[in-house]
Design a protein around this ligand. Structure first.
Ligand code: HEC
Length: 175
C-alpha cells in the first residue's frame, strides 16, 4: 500500500494507511476488561441489596475497632448533658461574675437591669413569649443555643460555668 504522506511532520506511523489495522495493545485490553470486571464487582459489593453493605454499617464497624475515636466522635456530636439544676445557684461569687459578663455582653439588648430593650425583659415571668415558670436549665439553653427570634447563641464564647453564673445573676433580676 502506498504510504500517504500528508504534511511534512514525519509522523509516518499515523499517516500510512496501514496505521489503522494495527492491533490494539495487550495492555489496553487488560485495562479495558479489568475495569469492566472491577466495575461489576464494585457495584455488587457496594449495593446494600446484594451484600448488605451500608455506610452506616461500615462506620459502626470502624468505630467498634477503635473505641478511643468512637468516644471522641460521640463527645463531639452529642450535646453535653446539661444539669437540670444550676450548680452555682445563689453563689455570691458566681452572681458577681455573671453580672460582669451580663453587663458586657447582654445589657445592650436586655437593659442594664434586665428591664428589656431590643430583647425582652428578664425581670418578668414571660419567657419566650409565654408567662410561666422557667427552669435554670432552660435559661441555660436559651443562652447557650440562642433562639431563632434574635437571641444569639453564646456556647462558643462562654464555658458552662460562665453561663451558669449568668443564670444565677438573671435569677436575681426577677421581681
Ligand atoms: C442582639 C441582642 C441580644 C443580645 C446581645 C442578647 N440577647 Fe438575649 N434575647 C434577645 C432576644 C431578641 C430575645 C427573645 C428571643 C425569642 O423570643 O426567641 C432574647 C431572649 C433571651 C432570654 C429569654 C428571656 C425571655 O424573657 O424570653 C434570655 C434568658 C436571654 N435572652 C439571655 C441573654 C443573655 C444572658 C445574654 C448575654 C450573654 C443575651 N441574652 C444577649 C436578644 C439578645
Amino acid at each position: 500500500m502506498r504510504p500517504v504522506y500528508e504534511d511534512t511532520d514525519d509522523l509516518r506511523e499515523f499517516e500510512t494507511e496501514e496505521c489503522c489495522s494495527r492491533p490494539i495493545p495487550k495492555g489496553w485490553w487488560i485495562l479495558f476488561w479489568g475495569l469492566i470486571i472491577w466495575g461489576i464487582y464494585y457495584i455488587y459489593a457496594y449495593t446494600p441489596a446484594f451484600t448488605g453493605w451500608s455506610q452506616e454499617k461500615e462506620l459502626q464497624e470502624e468505630l467498634a475497632k477503635d473505641p478511643v475515636i468512637a468516644q471522641r466522635i460521640k463527645a463531639k456530636t452529642e450535646p453535653a448533658p446539661v444539669e437540670e439544676k444550676n450548680p452555682l445557684a445563689g453563689d455570691v461569687k458566681a452572681i458577681a461574675l455573671g453580672k460582669e459578663l451580663y453587663v458586657k455582653n447582654c445589657a445592650a439588648c436586655h437593659g442594664a437591669n434586665g428591664e428589656g430593650g431590643i430583647g425582652p425583659s428578664l425581670q418578668d415571668k414571660v419567657w419566650l413569649g409565654t408567662e410561666r415558670e422557667i427552669t435554670d436549665s432552660e435559661i441555660f439553653k436559651i443562652i447557650a443555643k440562642g433562639t431563632d427570634k434574635g437571641m444569639p447563641p453564646y456556647e462558643a464564647q462562654f464555658d458552662k460555668n460562665a453561663i451558669w453564673s449568668m443564670v444565677s445573676f438573671i435569677r436575681t433580676l426577677q421581681k
